[in-house]
Write a protein that binds this ligand. Structure first.
Ligand code: ARG
Length: 588
């Protein structure tokens, strides 16, 4: 039987229970109600209370309203038309017209037995892969990376990796701020104020200082402001000396950022900063004026947008002094991504303070006729434990490299305690991974739209929805598998045979394992990594309950099946953490 394909997500594909049940329920709706049910969504979702089954079909109630019929009666017709295909037991009607579904344990046992043989755990790539650009991190030149960059970097990276695992063609692009008025200031300050010794000792620190000194001087003295503008104009006109200095500023900042990315284990597919689009800006603005999309207004060039929900102010793409803006560069960037890279979906992982900018950008693109699925994944601020902006003791911004170093220091004693026989370098290597993982995980684990309170004690806790807890759960699975090897002299290999799911703990664990594909689909659609964190945490807890109650390496009748469950938990945690890019360690 083939599923109806009413858009992505309802395509029947292996490793996805919700998608399969949805397709089956769509069939049943069609068979029971024919044309009357056209376009109706069965709305299949996991139940919140296991006593009501594993999944529920909520779509009959709204359909009854539409058909002006008794929902209970329609539910009965729906159930009679529902072909379980061996995936679930006979559906049950509950309340006014909900339909509850319970996964057939025999199906689950066979499915997981087979999935254990597959490196992808039966999570097949999506049926319709998209070309996606994810714009994330984007630090500015001459500014040191601080905690504010952690969120965009970690969330963007998790989105990139999850979409790649799902089979999409993804370009993770670091849109660094490497062009703009700040370079006039920097060039002036470099010539007037630079301190060679400081530059040698801490290059980015010195750039940051120069920028501050330059900004202050420019505000205080109109003559300096004029000189800064002249520097910028010379750079833009292609003066080789200024260009060489600019190259140097960019290289210094990049080297610093690369160190932070290396510690976070983040990589980019492209690194196309604002400067990459520079040459295109005058022509683009002219074309938009010629097409009547942009108009001149008091010397500036603007796009007037009157869509509901947009700011009243026009979108300015050229200032009256002829300068281009952040908005202009972003337009040229979209053009490149759609026309040269072929992007079908463009995702911006940038804090919510820029949401007006992105709304206007997307509306302008639609007006131009550049079509893609544009998404701004906005996130809240990083706050201290006290709910105020996260700052150092003396009120400065918290440097990202120092934050990661502190995580390592805090974790080190724990690693030394658990693994005293390793040498210090090895202990440090593990502490760095666990520390970076803990910091990243804490950021990913909660809904990204809200502000996030940074709290060392919470994020390093060995218990709860934390990086260390999941890293530890993974190590525990590994040690069971190692123990098997030590006792029986061979590595455990799953054989594809159905599991034997006798106890409640085994059944619960199996069902949780089977939900991995659905979870990844949801993250891919909603772009919310915390959904995956929550799932992995649930899985680890369900495994822990099973582990506490049952012997895995016991008698032969249960051993193979329980080892397969352990292997599946290991693989699922490993794959899930790899999508989130939380480092995994072999020992802890
Ligand atoms: N550099 C920008 C900032 O620090 C972030 C860039 C976001 N990406 C974009 N295409 N506008 O705010």
């Amino acid at each position: 039987m083939s599923g109806q394909t009413s858009g992505e997500g309802s395509v029947v594909s292996a490793g996805r229970i919700v998608a399969k049940l949805t397709a089956m329920a769509e069939d049943a709706l069609f068979r029971a109600f024919g044309e009357a049910a056209r376009g109706a969504s069965p709305d299949v979702r996991p139940t919140t209370d296991a006593r009501h089954g594993d999944y529920q079909v909520n779509g009959v109630l709204p359909l009854a309203k539409l058909m002006k019929d008794n929902p209970r009666k329609l539910a009965e017709r729906f159930v009679a038309a529902f072909d379980t295909q061996g995936l679930c037991l006979a559906p049950e009607i509950a309340g006014p017209g909900f339909v509850n579904l319970r996964i057939d344990p025999a199906w689950l046992a066979a499915e997981l037995g087979r999935a254990a043989l597959d490196a992808r755990l039966h999570v097949a790539p999506v049926a319709h892969p998209q070309k996606v650009v994810v714009d994330f991190s984007g630090p500015n030149v001459a500014k040191r990376m601080h905690v504010g960059h952690l969120r965009s970097t970690g969330i963007g990276d998790a989105i990139v990796r999850t979409l790649k695992f799902l089979g999409h063609k993804v370009i993770g692009d670091n849109h660094v701020g490497d062009w703009g008025t700040q370079f006039g200031i920097l060039l002036w300050a470099w010539q007037a104020e630079r301190d060679e010794a400081a530059l040698a000792a801490d290059p980015v620190g010195e750039l940051e200082r120069l920028y501050k000194v330059g900004s202050a001087a420019m505000k205080a003295d109109p003559a300096v402001a004029d000189q800064c503008r002249a520097e910028l104009a010379a750079l833009q006109a292609g003066d080789p000396e200024r260009k060489a200095l600019w190259d140097r500023f960019v290289a210094i900042s990049r080297a610093e950022a690369e160190r932070v990315y290396a510690h976070l284990e983040v990589e980019f597919d492209a690194w196309l900063g604002e400067s990459f689009y520079n040459a295109r800006l005058p022509g683009l603005v002219q074309e938009l004026v010629d097409k009547g999309i942009a108009v001149e207004d008091a010397g500036a060039v603007c796009v007037f947008l009157d869509e509901p929900g947009l700011p009243k102010t026009p979108y300015i793409i050229r200032k009256s002094d002829g300068a281009f803006l952040y908005a202009t560069t972003d337009l040229a960037t979209v053009e490149h991504r759609i026309e040269t890279l072929g992007a079908e979906r463009i995702i911006y992982v940038v804090d919510t303070r820029q949401s007006d900018h992105f709304r206007q950008l997307f509306a302008t693109c639609r007006k131009i006729g550049w079509h893609a699925d544009f998404v701004h994944v906005g996130f809240g601020m990083m706050l201290g434990k006290d709910g105020r902006p996260f700052k150092t003791r003396d009120g400065g911004t918290v440097r990202l490299d120092q934050l990661l170093a502190e995580a390592e220091e805090r974790i080190l004693p724990l690693v030394q305690d658990k693994w005293p026989e390793a040498d210090l370098a090895e202990q440090r290597r593990i502490a760095a991974k666990v520390g970076a993982g803990a910091v990243k995980y804490a950021d990913l684990a909660q809904n990204l739209a809200t502000d996030y309170k940074f709290d060392w004690d919470k994020l390093l806790a060995a218990d709860g929805n934390t990086g260390p807890y999941l890293q530890y759960a993974l190590v525990r699975c590994l040690s069971v598998l190692r123990e098997h090897e030590a006792r029986f002299g061979t590595t455990f290999e799953p054989d594809g045979a159905p599991l034997s799911l006798e106890t409640d703990e085994e059944k619960a664990l199996a069902l949780e394992l089977a939900r991995f594909g659905d979870t990844l689909d949801r993250v891919g659609q909603q772009l919310l990594p915390h959904i995956l964190c929550e799932y992995l945490y649930q899985l680890a807890r369900t495994f822990s309950a099973f582990y506490a109650k049952h012997t895995i390496l016991g008698d032969e009748a249960t051993r193979r099946s329980r080892l397969t469950l352990t292997h599946l938990v290991y693989k699922t945690l490993e794959t899930g953490l790899s999508c989130l890019n939380i480092p995994r360690v072999q020992r802890m």
